[in-house]
Design a protein around this ligand. Sequence first.
Ligand code: F0G
Length: 466
Amino acid sequence: MPPSAIPEPGVRPSEFRFHCIDCGHLSDSTSPDYRCPLCGDLLEISFPEWNKSGLSSRASGVSANDLKSTWKQRRLSSAPADLSGVWRFRELLPALNDGYVVTLREGNTPLYEMPQCARIAGVPHLAAKHQGMNPTGSFKDAGMTVAASFAHHAGYRWIACASTGNTSASMAAYAARGGMRSLVLVPEGKISWSKLSQALDYGAVTCQLRTDFDGCLRLLQELVLRAPVHQLNSINPFRIEGQKTLAIELMEQMDWQLPDHIIVPGGNLGNSSAIGKALLEMRDLGLISRLPKLSVIQSEGANALVRTLREASGRRLISVNAETRATAIRIGNPASWKKAVRVLEATGGTCEQVSEVEMAQAKAEIGAEGIGCEPASAVTLAGLKKLVKQGFVKAGETVVLILTGNLLKDPDFTMEFHRGDLFAGTPHESEGTALSRLRRPPIVLDATLDAVLRTLEQADKSAPGC
Ligand code: F0G
């Protein structure tokens, strides 16, 4: 796929190659399954040009300070690529002619202070970068704009993904915007209705397969070798490139003052790999002077990375039969496990797991702060509490949580939690009742002033949940 020039004076496009993460094989093109032709492992995009400028690397021939001011300047521009919080950082992305960019103005997501959650977790300063504020409500949009744009550039008619819901919603939207058709493979009955409804509305051909996410992904990998569809799962390294910009934008929002820790949920492990790649590249380019510790939190019921690190020292994947109410991360055989292990090692981060009850509690606590997120995102706060207790996060250290999905992505979970039904009939039933102080069930009343006044009085007397 020949890189083409971005028409901007003084900036050279970032020429790229595909690099096998295992055997190191370099190539200019890839097979449709994005696997190394020699060893079958995953590919990543590398930028050979960056290492050619003497002592410090330069992206697109521009120094770190000039990159920072170029990115800041672009905030004043109304060009579509500059309005995107992904393409604004295009010197760190594979080069693509502006005319092919498929954008929904993704990125530009807020960084919120979380004082109540900081107190709950026992850290002096906590912020949350809310990727759920992207156009389709999840972090997937940042990667999808890049992968869909390259698919558009290559002239693909069909793009496809396996998904626990958010990838499919995002891919379907970007396919529609780019004039492509989309094929979605999701596990039947195991994704939230709101994510499924997004894919339908954006025009995807949506197949609910009688299997889990891992089964859907396996099938997709076979399909792309047999049919003219282009796969947009995070195995596609262009997705990882777009998702990198989350970390670049975060550093810019923090005025390039690094946090000590970044904490992210882990499922298929593309996002943690992308954030880690961004941190390492930013360090190599002199944009940051040290590395924050990047840590991944998983659900106890979908803890392949936790087990891989604890039981196999990260040398081989330990797959699990995934089961969790956080359907977004109900993944037992994460494709990008090797990339994630490497970035955790490189940044000095760790991996922890949390229970269903810990996750539900953390979700309600984030909601009570006026932020809200979907269940998978809440594992970050639940995990942070554990990392503080273990002493991994030390007194005085600054922490950023990555909230990956919007509260509205899984309304069933939220309603069941507040009604008190979430853990009914499950092994967590008795622990779940301990969360009653966080519940705010809807109150059905006669339509009288008296009834509402009485409710208000009672509510005023009771202490807030957290
Ligand atoms: N949080 C949310 C809300 C997600 O949707 C996902 C993954 C993750 C976290 C985990 O990210 O896979 O990069 O480690 N969702 C995918 C999907 C798998 O199909 O929507 P990861």
